[in-house]
Design a protein around this ligand. Structure first.
Ligand code: BGC
Length: 415
C-alpha cells in the first residue's frame, strides 16, 4: 500500500463508525431490579453497535407517570427516539402524527412472518409498523413462597375458594396471605384476574373489549366485585401506595405467601437468585389455568431529525427482534419471547408453561387482552374502570351493586 492508499484506508476505517454512530434516547419505566437488568441488555447491544444510549427512565409501575412525562416532551417538539408505549396508546400516538414508519426495516427483516398476527396488528398504524414488540407477559399469575405455605399447612390454590381456604390458614399462622401494593393499576391487575375466572374468557372480552353494558352491569360482575372485596382482608395495612416490586420482595423474603401479578414479578425472583419450582412457585391465578391474559410490551418510534440518530433508531428497532436479544431480555424480564420460532431450552418451567399456554389459548379463544395493562381498551375507558375499581376497594362501606352501576356509567361516559 502506498502512502495515498494507506491514508484513504485509514480515513475510511475512522470515518465508518463515526458517520454511522448516532444516539438513541429511550423512554421507559423499567426501574425495578429485574426491569433495569432487562433494559440494560438493550443498552449494551446498541452500544456494541457504536451508538450511544440516553436513558430516559421514569419510575412508576404500569407506566402512568412515564406517559405523562412523554406527553410533555412530545408536545414541546422534542420526543425521544423511542418510548415504551403499548396497545391502544400506539394508535392514539399514531393518529396524532408523532410516529415514524418502520416498514423499511420490517419488510427487510420479515416481521410479518416472524410475529403472531395478534401482536403485529397492534404494532401497526394505518397498515405500517410504527412500534416493535419486545415480549409477551402473562398477567394472570399467582406467585407463591412454598416455605410460607408449608409453615401454615396450606396448599397453593388453583381456584378462588382454594385461595380463601389457604389465606385463612396463612393468616392464622401470623403471616400475610396476599402481598399487594395499593395503587390503581395493581388493584386493577387483581380485579381482572378474578373477573377472568368469574366471567370466563367470553364474558371478559364482552366487558373489557366490547364494553357490553349488560355484562358490565350483570350478576357476574357483582360477584367479581364481592370476591375482590373479600380479598382485601388478607392484605396487610401498609399496602397503600406500595410499589409492586416491594410486594414481590415480601413474597421473596417469606413475609407474605402470595402475590397476584404479571410475570414481570418473576424478573424480581430471578434478580434475587431464586429458582422457579424450588424457591418460588408460579401458578395460574385462581381458576384460570386454561386462560391467558396477555400484556405485550413494545417501543413506539418517533419522527426525529434526519441523520445518524435515524440510523441508530433503525438499528434499535431491528435489534429488539433478534433472537439474541429476545432470549437474554426475556430471561431477565420474566416474559416470553414474542417470536414463536425460538427455542425455549434456556427458559424455566414458568416461561415454558406460559409459552405453551400462549399457543393453546390462541387456538381456543382464551387468549384475552389485559385491561389493567392497556391492551383491551383506550386509556380513557381504562382510567374510568381504574377509578371505580380502586374507590370500591378502598371504601369499607362500598356496595358491589352500586359499584357495578358506577362501572356502567363510567365506561359509557368514557367511550
Ligand atoms: C409492563 C411491564 C412492567 C410492569 C411494572 C407493566 O405495565 O408491561 O413491562 O414490568 O408494568 O412496571
Amino acid at each position: 500500500m502506498n502512502m495515498k492508499q494507506s491514508v484513504i484506508a485509514l480515513s475510511i476505517a475512522l470515518a465508518a463508525p463515526i458517520s454511522q454512530a448516532g444516539e438513541v434516547e429511550v423512554l421507559h419505566w423499567w426501574t425495578s431490579g429485574g426491569e433495569a437488568k432487562s433494559i440494560g441488555v438493550l443498552k449494551d447491544m446498541l452500544e456494541d453497535q457504536g451508538h450511544s444510549w440516553k436513558d430516559f427512565a421514569v419510575a412508576g409501575g404500569g407506566g402512568e407517570s412515564a406517559m405523562t412525562v412523554l406527553k410533555t416532551r412530545a408536545v414541546s417538539g422534542n420526543p425521544p427516539s423511542a418510548a415504551q408505549i403499548k396497545g391502544h396508546d400506539i394508535q392514539e400516538w399514531g393518529e396524532l402524527g408523532f410516529l415514524t414508519d418502520l416498514d423499511g426495516v420490517a419488510s427487510a427483516e420479515k416481521w410479518d412472518a416472524m410475529l403472531p398476527s395478534v401482536v403485529s396488528e397492534v404494532m401497526k398504524h394505518d397498515g405500517k409498523y410504527v412500534a416493535v414488540p419486545v415480549n409477551v407477559h402473562r398477567v394472570n399469575w399467582l406467585w407463591a413462597n412454598p416455605e410460607v405455605f408449608e409453615k401454615a399447612g396450606a396448599a397453593v390454590p388453583n381456584s378462588i375458594e382454594g385461595f380463601f381456604a389457604a389465606a385463612e390458614k396463612i393468616k392464622a399462622a401470623g403471616l400475610i396471605p396476599l402481598a399487594h401494593g395499593g395503587q390503581p393499576w395493581q388493584d386493577a391487575t387483581l380485579f381482572e384476574a378474578i373477573a377472568l375466572d368469574v366471567l370466563g374468557s367470553e364474558g371478559y372480552n364482552k366487558a373489557f373489549v366490547e364494553h357490553d353494558l349488560e355484562v358490565l352491569g350483570g350478576e357476574k360482575m357483582v360477584e367479581t366485585f364481592e370476591i375482590f372485596k373479600r380479598m382485601r382482608s388478607y392484605i396487610d395495612e401498609n399496602s397503600p401506595g406500595r410499589d409492586w416490586n416491594i410486594a414481590t420482595s415480601m413474597v421473596i423474603n417469606g413475609e407474605a405467601a402470595m402475590q397476584v401479578m404479571g410475570d414481570w414479578a418473576k424478573g424480581e425472583f430471578a434478580a434475587a437468585g431464586k429458582k422457579a419450582g424450588e424457591d418460588f412457585i408460579c401458578a395460574p391465578a385462581f381458576g384460570t389455568a386454561d386462560q391467558f391474559t396477555f400484556n405485550i410490551d413494545s417501543f413506539a418510534f418517533f419522527k426525529i431529525k434526519e441523520g445518524d440518530n435515524v440510523t441508530a433508531q433503525k438499528n434499535l428497532a431491528s435489534t429488539i427482534l433478534t433472537k439474541d436479544f429476545q432470549e437474554v431480555f426475556n430471561l431477565n424480564k420474566g416474559s416470553i419471547p414474542v417470536r414463536l420460532d425460538m427455542s425455549m431450552s434456556a427458559f424455566d418451567s414458568c416461561a415454558t408453561a406460559a409459552m405453551d399456554s400462549f399457543k393453546a389459548t390462541a387456538e381456543s379463544g382464551d387468549l384475552v387482552p389485559s385491561m389493567a395493562h392497556g391492551m383491551s381498551t383506550t386509556s380513557y375507558v381504562q382510567g374510568a374502570i381504574f377509578d371505580v375499581v380502586t374507590n370500591y376497594f378502598n371504601d369499607d362501606n362500598a356496595n358491589p351493586n352500586e359499584a357495578v352501576d358506577k362501572l356502567v356509567r363510567a365506561v359509557k361516559s368514557a367511550l
